[in-house]
Design a protein around this ligand. Structure first.
Ligand SMILES: NC(=O)c1ccc[n+]([C@@H]2O[C@H](COP(=O)([O-])OP(=O)(O)OC[C@H]3O[C@@H](n4cnc5c(N)ncnc54)[C@H](OP(=O)(O)O)[C@@H]3O)[C@@H](O)[C@H]2O)c1
Length: 287
């Protein structure tokens, strides 16, 4: 049996779907049983646990052949990342108590970066879980192609998309959530020893300009990408309600300057199958 956290979300749902399609038993870890009903109907066992509750997580992970650990996104962490430090300790306690056969942790591109930024949350958790004695894989996907969901309305209605990724012709490793879920399910069924890192990106790297061009092809009208001036980010993010925009700004700086990147070279990362165009088509159709 495989225990899947975040099963009601995008990546966790894809991991579970792939395992179920392969006939593997799945235990969905949910916060609210009502949100898990669709998974129960597909044959999943459901258990309730919050990511901050070590005892409930230990029960949820107990007896699992493999555990998929997904930490919910926090775009506005405290300056000292105390939330990620607490989650790291909780997960370490729960996994130590439950001793599942293996763990796949959903991390991120750039988790090895030494400069503080939003992704430091994953660096902290990787460090804590890397000390566990069971086999653990840190799956580090690139920028999710589905982040373009934020751009569908402006591309469709105005023919303009705002880009924080700059310059517009700089390519970034991006990946579709379908590929992340498929690869995570495959990794859970592999056998390995100790700690390993798997970096994952799509079939080819993507520039912000490619995103505009692909939207234009799919929508049948011109779409241009407009860089958001760097000096406006702080006030913009604060106006959107963020208390501490620095980590997010530093993350964007890291992508743009190139210090947020894969640890391996481009040839060292696993490649997904799903192209940007397929993801954007789905996002447009589901709007
Ligand atoms: N976006 C990117 O480009 C990118 C790139 C690399 C890595 N990542 C990482 O990917 C992860 C996000 O994955 P996603 O897009 O699949 O997330 P998502 O769709 O937002 O799903 C989040 C999941 O976490 C659950 N959750 C929320 N709060 C919880 C809590 N307190 N306790 C237990 N479960 C809780 C949610 O359950 P409910 O249904 O109950 O809310 C949901 O199942 C983050 O760790 C992020 O850093 C993102």
């Amino acid at each position: 049996m495989f225990a899947i956290t975040g099963i009601t979300g995008k990546v966790g749902g894809e991991v579970a779907r792939n395992l179920l399609e392969g006939g593997r038993p799945v235990r969905g870890v949910v916060r609210d049983f009502r949100k898990g009903e669709a998974w129960a109907e597909l044959g999943c066992d459901l258990v309730a646990a919050d990511i901050n509750d070590a005892g409930a997580l230990a029960s949820a992970f107990n007896g699992a052949e493999g555990v998929f650990v997904l930490v919910p996104p926090n775009f506005d962490p405290s300056p000292d990342f105390q939330e990620a430090r607490a989650t790291a300790g909780t997960l370490r306690s729960a996994l130590t108590a439950a001793r599942p056969g293996k763990v796949v942790y959903l991390s991120t591109i750039g988790a090895q970066a030494t400069q503080s930024n939003l992704l430091t949350q994953h660096t902290i958790i990787e460090q804590a879980l890397g000390e566990l004695s069971m086999p653990i894989t840190f799956l580090r996907p690139g920028w999710f192609m589905e982040n373009c969901s934020w751009d569908v309305a402006s591309a469709t209605n105005d023919g303009v998309i705002s880009s924080f990724l700059q310059p517009l012709d700089k390519s970034v490793p991006m990946v579709a959530i379908a590929d992340i879920g498929r690869v995570a399910a495959e990794l859970l069924q592999e056998t390995w020893r100790g700690r390993r890192v798997v970096e994952l990106e799509g079939p080819r790297r993507v520039t912000p300009g490619d995103i505009a061009t692909t939207f234009a092809e799919l929508l049948g009208h011109p779409v241009r990408m407009e860089p958001v001036p760097r000096e406006s980010w702080e006030s913009l993010f604060k106006s959107q309600g963020m208390k501490n925009p620095t980590p997010r700004i530093r993350m964007l700086d890291g992508f743009n300057a190139g210090w947020i990147k894969f640890e391996s070279t481009e040839s060292g990362s696993r490649k997904g199958r799903v192209a940007l165009k397929a993801v954007l088509r789905t996002l447009i159709e589901s709007r």
